[in-house]
Ligand binder design. Sequence first.
Ligand code: GDP
Ligand code: IMO
Ligand code: MG
Length: 429
Amino acid sequence: MANTILIGAQWGDEGKGKIIDVITTEHQWVVRFQGGNNAGHTVEIGEQRYVLHLLPSGILRPDCSCIIGNGVVIDPIALKKEIDEVEAQGITTRDRLFVSDRAHLILPYHPLIDASREGRAQHQEKIGTTKRGIGPAYADKASRTGLRMGDLLEPDFAASLAKRIRENNVLLEAQGAAPVAVDETVARLEELAQVLRPYIVDTVRLLNEADQRGESILFEGAQGVMLDIDYGTYPYVTSSNATAGGACTGAGIPPHRIERVIGVIKGYTTRVGEGPFPTELHDVAGDMLRKDGNEFGATTGRPRRCGWFDAVVARYAAMINGIDFWALTKMDVLDRQPVIRIAVAYEFEGRRFESVPASARVLAGCTPVYEDWPGWETDTTGATCLADLPGPARDYISRLETLTGVRAGIVSVGPRRDSTFVVDEVVRR
Ligand code: GDP
Ligand code: IMO
Ligand code: MG
């Protein structure tokens, strides 16, 4: 099967984990290329529910090898915990999980700085981060003051870490936050370095050798286009490139080796954290989406903000990422809605926008231009092909396809592996 990038086309939580799990049967490798343990990817297999934060979703398929690429920021404490958790569930990670020696570390002061910033921020300055230290770790990477997975194995690691803890403690104390204990932290990380040592390799070479042998690779995006640091609703974004281009820089694969891009998109929209969200609902329809879609954060448990499908966002995502087809998820969550709305454009101060404006202030002031579509008010969870869906559901999908210029190649009508179907004529083109 073709080397594939799979990305979220909204504000994250589109159901990427579930779709990856379904399509990994076609791939030997699954690679995370950006983000960190801010992600929460849920996979339901039978009665078992897994939420993965750092480990690629391919870890749940025993014949799949997994890479955490150089573009990811890794909290070694969180990584060890997640490895232990999946191993306790009978999943082996040795010899099939590989962690890039170039990936930057999230160190104990990063989440503290993240939380301290969020805590001190005035209302409009709050980003609503996951407080996992993502922003401060990427800031250190860009400032060239970061430490990387490979540094864990260097002879001077303890000294380098102690120096950085002391520097960051000055910052934390100036902000009224508690400092990090130097000796304890160094000892803990030295211990972790030994545990993680077997996983740390040159993944760039490993991946390219696998590609040259003709093995098929799936790149697993985290977050979504609207949280991308360049294309999202800056500054209400995460600190990495969640768009398709991020896979090349975040894994070390040449662009011409990518053969297809899948965009995962819900039949409606959600967002966690602060920032503009034009189609957000504050009414019964929104409450129904939250309840029926179980829209609570997989990482932080926060209730997700819910709203209608935004075709402006979807078109923008299709353009930036070159999406070949959608994996359209959570169609079943619309089953109880009598009327379903789609935003086709925005209006702001008498101007019409067909694409997403750069300014968060402008986007926050935009009013969506809606089309209303009749709901189907029928249970779709048993559908195994397009023909099984009620007429209004097929019409709705068809309208989304027309508005975005991209066909739906995979449709999902429930959280489990088997509640998914492929539209052959789209996927096998
Ligand atoms: P991710 O971050 O993109 O992997 O998505 P999350 O796992 O954070 O959130 C998606 C949620 O929706 C998870 O709880 C999934 O189990 C669930 N889910 C995925 N696809 C469907 C679907 O088609 N229908 C329903 N009802 N739930 C789904
Ligand atoms: P997955 O991969 C949804 C959001 C946070 C916050 C902003 C910045 O599960 O789709 P950060 O901690 O990254 O600095 O927070 O980004 N955010 C997500 N929202 N799904 C995610 O990941 C997210 N990862 C970060 O809520 O608004
Ligand atoms: Mg998620």
